[in-house]
Design a protein around this ligand. Structure first.
Ligand SMILES: [Zn+2]
Length: 69
């Protein structure tokens, strides 16, 4: 499983669920256990799709199921 989350810079990123940290292109390292997970995906491809959709529009996420927190 992969998790999708958002860096404090606003970028959406994904990472394997068992990873401890993920470094964003902005240089900030996010600790996965401390960040808010936006969505889960079966594999890297699905996670990439979700990230792409999130980047396309925060407001019009039609057909996209986000994790309710
Ligand atoms: Zn960032």
């Amino acid at each position: 499983m992969f998790v999708v989350f958002r860096c404090s810079c606003g970028r959406h990123l994904y990472s394997p669920e068992d990873a401890k940290t993920r470094t964003c292109p902005c240089g900030k390292r996010t600790t996965l256990s401390k960040t808010r997970v936006l969505a889960n995906a079966e594999d890297a491809r699905a996670a990439g799709e979700i990230v792409r959709k999130l980047q396309l529009g925060e407001h019009g996420m039609t057909g996209f199921k986000s994790a309710k927190l």
